[in-house]
Design a binder for this molecule. Structure first.
Ligand code: FNR
Length: 362
């Protein structure tokens, strides 16, 4: 069967026999009842596009500029841990796919390859480094310094993990990664291989529940790189991030993996957009699965979106080619949605481009 949608990639990845026990559930699942995982997706169903006609769409331009750099699509690879569980070449494969599609890759603090190796494997890639404000701030500082030296163009600080979430699938599965799966990027900054075989045990040990905006400010002053704060869900927190020196925010609830019952990111977006000055970068992730949904997020005020799980599905199905195919599908769908709705460029995609669906079931 031809794989034509991100849903096709998800179902194909899910049926692969090669997954170590519990790992598919780890990728797919979320916190508690997983209501936020579902809600992130369902929020998009509450909007419809408003097609304009007799607009010249003989050329459709999906490119955009974020933080001064040009992206071929308003889409980036979200930071997700340990790509080695999906494909042998791990983040080297992901970075090649991102380069092929002209989009940035956010490298997880818990990547299975070092930022130096990833940059070597894909010298043309636009890499952003994600970090946490670890209990040991020297580890955070080292990740930032190494990323800067390796040519990363921005830092993403994830602030929605004060403690391990109650991920029921992982608890029931007694999840343990196979020993070859290592967090080498973090190891290069801690000086020893951290034990990540149980993600929740590692989170409890490494993450700092006492983080405040002062710590975010410390991070923004640590290097010349712009810092984006990931995990913003309320307008006031976007304003806090901006005052702390952040160059932008990422509206995210960690793909529903931290706080069950958190509202969907798409619902939070308009409040956050209006809380910061126009032109201030606002990105969004959580549940984006089609090109039309990329348009909806942009219409509600996002400058760009990030995709998490779909990239992992692509990696698992066909390595770097699979990840590139997933992004290629989003590009094809976005281009088509723009043409069919009379938007030759992304500039004209504003609130007037969408309409609330009276009944999402219709
Ligand atoms: C994540 N996410 C995440 N975020 C982060 O800042 N650092 C990380 O290391 C990880 N790791 C991670 C692993 C896995 C398996 C998943 C699914 C997610 C969250 C990620 O960046 C993003 O917020 C969500 O995945 C976006 O939602 P979708 O696109 O997966 O629905």
């Amino acid at each position: 069967m031809a794989l034509l949608t991100l849903a096709d990639y998800e179902s194909t990845a899910g049926s692969l026999a090669a997954w170590p026990p519990g790992v598919w559930d780890f990728l797919t699942g979320g916190a508690g009842t997983e209501s936020t995982v579902t809600a992130n997706r369902e929020a998009f169903a509450r909007w419809r596009l408003m097609p304009r006609v007799c607009v010249d769409v003989s050329v459709v331009e999906t490119s955009t500029t974020v933080l001064g750099s040009d992206w071929d699509l308003p889409v980036a690879f979200a930071p997700t841990a340990l790509h080695e569980v999906c494909t042998r070449d791990a983040e080297a494969a992901t970075a090649s796919a991102a380069t092929a599609l002209g989009v940035p890759m956010v490298v997880s603090a818990l990547s299975s390859r070092t930022i130096e190796d990833i940059a070597d494997a894909a010298p043309e890639a636009t890499l952003w480094q994600q970090v946490y404000l670890f209990r040991d701030r020297k580890v955070t500082a080292s990740l930032v310094q190494r990323a800067s030296a390796a040519g990363a163009q921005a830092i993403v600080v994830t602030v929605d993990v004060p403690r391990p979430a109650r991920r029921l699938r992982d608890i029931r599965n007694e999840l343990r990664f196979p020993p070859h799966v290592q967090a080498r990027n973090l190891a290069a900054s801690t000086g020893r291989a951290p034990d990540v075989s149980s993600p929740s045990a590692h989170t409890a040990e490494a993450m700092d529940p006492s983080v405040t905006w002062e710590d975010v400010q410390w991070l923004t002053e640590l290097s010349a790189l712009p810092v984006l704060v990931k995990g913003i869900q309320v307008g006031q927190d976007a304003e806090h991030a901006r005052r702390a020196g952040a160059a932008g925010v990422i509206v995210s609830n960690h793909g529903g993996r931290q706080l069950d019952r958190a509202r969907p990111t798409l619902d939070a977006l308009p409040e956050i957009r209006t809380a910061v000055p126009s032109g201030y970068p606002v990105l969004l992730d959580g549940g984006v699965r089609t090109g039309a949904e990329v348009m909806i997020a942009l219409a509600l005020g996002a400058d760009a979106v990030l995709v998490g799980r779909p990239v992992l599905h692509g990696l698992a199905v066909a390595g770097k080619h699979g990840a590139a195919m997933v992004l290629g599908i989003l590009r094809a769908e976005l281009t088509d949605a723009m043409a069919q709705s009379g938007h030759p460029t992304l500039d004209s995609v504003d609130r007037s481009a969408i309409h609330p669906a009276p009944d999402p079931a219709l």
